[in-house]
Design a protein around this ligand. Structure first.
Ligand code: ADP
Ligand code: ZN
Ligand code: ZN
Length: 731
């Protein structure tokens, strides 16, 4: 019998199925060791065949089977096929998503302990018969184990004498057995919370989710009790003897969230997230695999939880960008969730206070079912958002980053002993160009997205079509020379605040201060426990903790994300404002939000301050339709990079010619196609080129483009080439 094996090497030239002679114990889905070149490497059996095209004398046998059971189920084998086809991935890169990273290569295993007990022949005997009078340690440890019946060897070694334990073991008086020990995060929390009584709206939402044969979009304002709806759906799913997966953005996977799940579901729940130790991660994963836990809670990668009979998949904060993987292997979590739901006949619910345009559009045209929670559970109203026109500040001679209003509000907040959050709406590296006097922003005439200033060439560029524009000296609208370019960082804001309020304790939270594992949780925890007065931060502060004493939220430069060169820039801005405003006045204190902008007339501020999601959606979806962006098209990007600039150029030339030929035959499927340097022209010594296209959503030409990418990899071995669907970041 021939076993079909995928080997654990991530390279295009071995991204195929290899034939080996099958051995006993190797099943479909088994992890195996196979001879490859001069050594044995790991691989996965994906199937069997009677015969092989490889000559008999060249065929080698599988060396060994690694685990005591197949670890890739039929569902995951099919999911691998689906993902490789949809996202154009290597099989092995997909397989690697299915197991905890450190499990590969045997770097982590189950933790086992030696449990000592007394050989039954000796239990009722008189120890004087076999323990010498002088061997006090042996007598002590013998008596102890006789009393407790069994104990961990490490405990006995530490509390009695290791030599005595060894001696009794060697003489067969003690026996030892290996027992698996689970490393369980947050295991201290075991008491079960009783569920709250759901409101009528919540009950209605649960019924909709559990009875719908389509995915449900749960549209509920912040504080409307979405979490209780998820918990109730999970309970119902467990009651049907099915399993559940709950996905949350990594950044909001706080200890609070985990406690909620542990206290409601106890050991039924396994937590998967990057803050766990490798051992904990492995054990939690293993508990899911072996059916000891039935609920997986985690970030994006928990969608691959090794559960069988999945009855429910929850995607909380469905609009969050972290659900798209932006490094290899690139995949869209929702698509994987839909695949698993289809395979298992499971329900899917996606929740948000600010659903993505794509999802609300799908809910409007019947692809999803809509469930709504329009009110907050505690009936508290949303904080008022005041919009400050920063152009006026400039006119009155204040060219700093804080408006007079924000300074006085900060002063008031601090002197009354409350806390404030200063939020910087920053995304990515790019910088737009804006007139500080009238708020004019340079935009692409063709694409209506903001232009990006490229300092090295002193030009403005559109990242969607690569059209170039001269850098501005004067504002074309008001002729002012107050042109603002570049971005300010959280560091500068924190410094300025420190100068203005020397006695205030300031915490800064951004990519720089949260590099280490759990750093963001620690900073948020410090702030929550009152160890600081002001939290200055980026997107990271927008989610997660509830802060009872925060009465002021300042949005320093709301335009930053608004004019990011991204067709979703306005949508992201609306989401961020809604989310960050939700941080003010969560508990009994009422909150206030001050939003600073140079373009106060922009429609996003009108809708955001009125908390009018539907109004915003209506306006935005029309614009997306008019400009032909997703969900009305699909953006496909082929990125080609190489150490050698000439090779990258040659490969790109080859690819664009091939794709142009496709476009000529299927003109209806393409609305845009061009090749260009990537906005980040060189990363880590590699030159980067890209081919951008907009095609009909889910068009068959996507596969044709993938085929071109495969051909490229064959023809130009010195390049790397990957493809992306609707990328969040076109850098
Ligand atoms: P969301 O996820 O929609 O922002 P949460 O699920 O965090 O809202 O709920 C907000 C608050 O309301 C939480 O403190 C939660 O415990 C509470 N809550 C939710 N549902 C109920 C209910 N039916 N009865 C009482 N309190 C509730
Ligand atoms: Zn101007
Ligand atoms: Zn353009």
């Amino acid at each position: 019998m021939i076993a079909k094996v995928i080997v654990d090497i991530s390279a295009s030239d071995v991204d195929r199925v290899f034939d080996y002679i099958a051995i006993d114990g190797a099943e479909r889905g088994s992890r195996v060791l196979v001879p490859f070149g001069r050594q044995n490497i790991e691989g996965y059996v994906i199937g069997f065949a009677e015969t092989s095209d490889v000559p008999q004398e060249k065929l080698k046998a599988i060396a060994s089977v690694i685990d005591d059971r197949p670890i890739v189920s039929d569902e995951f084998l099919k999911l691998c096929d689906y993902m490789t086809a949809r996202f154009h991935l290597r099989k092995i890169d997909v397989f690697r998503l299915f197991l905890p990273a450190k499990m590969r290569g045997g770097r982590i295993k189950s933790l086992e302990k030696n449990i000592i007990s007394i050989n039954t022949d000796y239990i009722d005997a008189d120890p004087a018969q076999f323990i010498k009078k002088t061997a006090h340690s042996q007598a002590e440890v013998f008596e102890y184990v006789r009393e407790v019946q069994s104990a961990e060897q490490s405990y006995l070694n530490a509390n009695f004498s290791a030599a005595a334990v060894r001696n009794l073991l060697a003489r067969g008086i003690f026996t030892a057995r290996r027992e698996k020990v689970l490393r369980t995060p947050y295991s201290g929390i075991v008491q079960k919370d009783s569920a709250v009584t759901l409101t009528d709206k919540q009950t209605e939402a649960v019924d909709t989710i559990m009875s719908s044969d389509r995915p449900t979009l749960l549209f509920g304002v912040t504080g409307s009790g979405k979490t209780e709806v998820y918990l109730s759906c999970i309970e119902k799913t467990l009651a049907e003897n099915k399993t559940a997966i709950m996905l949350v953005p990594e950044i909001s996977l706080t200890p609070q969230v985990m406690r909620v799940f542990r206290s409601r579901f106890g050991d039924e729940v396994a937590l998967l997230h990057s803050g766990l130790s490798d051992g904990e991660r492995f054990d939690e994963w293993h508990r899911l695999l072996t059916g000891q836990a039935h609920v997986a809670v985690g970030a994006r990668s928990a969608v691959f939880a090794p559960l069988e009979n999945v009855g429910l998949i929850v995607i909380d904060e469905e609009h969050d960008t972290s659900y798209s993987s932006e490094s290899n292997p690139r995949y869209i979590t929702r698509d994987v969730a839909f695949f698993r739901a289809e395979y298992n006949g499971a329900k899917v619910v996606m929740g948000s206070a600010t659903p993505s345009m794509e999802s609300f559009y799908a809910a409007s045209n019947g692809k999803y079912v809509l469930a709504e929670l329009p009110d907050r559970v505690n009936k508290r109203k949303m904080p008022d958002i005041e919009v400050i026109n920063m152009c006026n500040e400039v006119m009155y001679g204040n060219s700093g980053m804080f408006s007079a209003k924000l300074v006085s509000a900060l002063d008031e907040c601090l002197s009354s002993g409350n806390q404030a959050i200063l939020f910087l709406n920053r995304r990515g590296y790019s910088s737009f160009v804006m007139c500080k006097k009238c708020g004019y922003v340079a935009k692409c005439e063709d694409c209506d997205v903001s232009l990006v200033y490229h300092k090295d060439e002193n030009v403005l560029k559109c990242h969607y079509c690569q059209r170039r524009y001269a850098m501005l000296d004067l504002c074309p609208q008001c002729k002012s020379s107050h042109i603002k370019q570049g971005f300010m960082g959280t560091e500068r804001i924190a410094e300025t605040v420190n100068k203005m309020f020397p006695s205030a304790r300031v915490i800064r939270m951004d990519n720089d201060t949260t590099r280490t594992k759990d750093a963001h949780l620690k900073l948020l925890g410090d702030f929550a426990s009152g160890n600081a007065d002001i939290l200055v931060g980026t997107q990271m502060v927008a989610k997660g903790h509830d802060f009872a004493n925060v009465t002021l939220v300042g949005i320093i430069d709301a335009d930053m994300s608004l004019h990011f060169s991204d067709f979703r820039a306005v949508e992201r801005t609306f989401q961020l404002i809604t989310q960050v405003a939700g941080r003010a006045g969560r508990e009994s204190k009422s909150g206030r939000v001050i939003l600073q902008t140079y373009t106060p007339g922009h429609y996003v501020y009108r809708y955001a301050t009125a908390y009018d999601y539907r109004g915003f959606y209506g306006k935005e979806i029309n614009l997306l339709q008019a400009t032909g962006f997703p969900p009305f098209s699909e953006i496909l990007r082929v990125l080609i990079s190489s150490e050698n600039e000439g090779t990258a150029l040659d490969a790109t030339k080859y690819a664009i010619d091939a794709i142009r030929a496709i476009a000529e035959n299927h003109a209806d499927e393409f609305t845009y196609l061009n090749a260009m340097r990537a906005p980040k022209k060189r990363i880590q010594t590699k030159y980067r080129m890209q081919i951008l296209m907009r095609i009909k959503p889910d068009s068959f030409v996507r596969q044709k483009v993938y085929a071109v990418a495969d051909e490229l990899n064959d023809r130009f071995p010195q390049i790397t080439c990957f493809t992306e669907i609707n990328p969040n970041d076109l850098s």
